[in-house]
Design a binder for this molecule. Structure first.
Ligand code: SF4
Length: 336
């Protein structure tokens, strides 16, 4: 392997001085749910297997990103747990020099089958996506059943000795916005962070402004129910604004990409299941590291591609109305 720039190299620092130390890897475009805000109603045409990154390719790219300064990797999908070699991948990624934190975002349906192996492999943080606590709505939102299984997985994860367990809930007006208080109560006696995510426009998810519930409105509703609720301090790179309710074990987080973006402290880049590097969730520019690798690119050449992509990153995403009409992948193909 030819010498690559030492850790903390400039290759992962963009023109705004943001160092990108957090890599989100989408392991698959497959999922065992069909959530309305993620998967277009008529689904997505799955790419042929050989279009997706192999185990070895994911490890090679992750080793390179780690050498360039990435210290945190999050595994996403589709649903990462439908990928057969997920535990072996997790173990290999956690062993990479420079990787300090391995995290995963899952819908929780299969977590009970993999949790022990994943924890042994070095997984430290789990985010479980759940947008309702009502079985009837679970069916409407995900087009599948499984609520009890997901809640069982949450409690399993809470007892697995992980550094953090979080629940991701996309808040949609007229769909689940009347469950904010119930979700908050879920954190009363659980050491969990309930994350309320503002509904975002992605390819094929039919996003409309009238379905979007902004952060200030969520806070107003919750403060009425929990008057003592107060914000806690946040680090500049944090994606969530966190709040605490006195007497509660857990806390609340708010992902405010649409009403109060946090692009100034962005340290995230995304590797798609098809090997494209996406430097911004809403950025349209992507570069195929898969094709470059398969064309025989060296690590220096891959680093140059990564460097160029990062240097093309914009200061922040466009406004929500502009994002709503802009072409972007469906969420299932990004992985959040
Ligand atoms: S929208 Fe793009 S720049 Fe802003 S926080 Fe998300 S990934 Fe970073």
């Amino acid at each position: 392997m030819t010498a690559v720039p030492s850790s903390g190299s400039s290759a992962l620092t963009d023109t705004f001085g943001r160092r990108h130390t957090y890599l989100r890897i989408s392991l698959t475009e497959r999922c065992n749910l069909r959530c309305t805000y993620c998967m277009p109603a008529d689904g997505v045409d799955l790419l042929p297997r050989h279009h997706l990154l192999s185990f070895e390719e994911i490890i090679r790219l992750s080793r390179l990103f780690a050498a360039l300064g990435v210290s945190k990797i999050r595994l996403t999908g589709g649903e990462p747990l439908v990928r057969k070699d997920v535990s072996a991948l997790a173990a290999a990624l956690a062993r990479l020099p420079g990787i300090e934190t391995l995290a995963m975002t899952t819908n929780g349906l299969l977590l009970d089958r993999h949790l022990d192996l994943l924890c042994a492999a070095g997984l430290r943080i789990v985010n479980i996506s759940l947008d309702t606590l009502r079985a009837d709505r679970f069916l409407t939102i995900t087009r599948r059943s499984g609520l009890e299984q997901v809640i069982r997985s949450v409690d399993l994860a809470l007892n697995a000795g992980l550094d953090a367990v979080k629940m991701n809930c996309v808040v949609m007006r007229g769909v689940n916005d009347d469950e904010l208080v119930d979700f908050a109560r879920f954190a009363a006696d659980r050491d969990i962070e309930i994350r309320f995510i503002e509904y975002m426009p992605f390819g094929g998810n039919g996003w409309q402004n009238k379905t979007f519930v902004p952060y200030p409105e969520m806070i107003r509703v919750l403060q009425e129910a929990f008057p003592g609720m107060h914000p806690t301090s946040d680090d500049p790179h944090a994606t969530a604004k966190t709040w605490r309710i006195p007497g509660f074990t857990g806390e609340l987080g708010f992902i405010t990409s649409m009403s109060e973006h946090f692009c100034g402290g962005c340290n995230r880049i995304r590797l798609m299941a098809d090997g494209n590097l996406k430097v911004c969730l809403f950025g349209r520019g992507e570069v195929s590291l898969r094709d470059a690798m398969r064309d025989g690119a060296s690590d220096d050449e891959l680093t140059a591609l990564i460097d160029a992509a990062i240097n093309g990153k914009k200061a922040s995403h466009a406004g929500m109305e502009a994002l709503a009409i802009q072409d972007n992948r469906p969420m299932i193909r990004i992985g959040g």
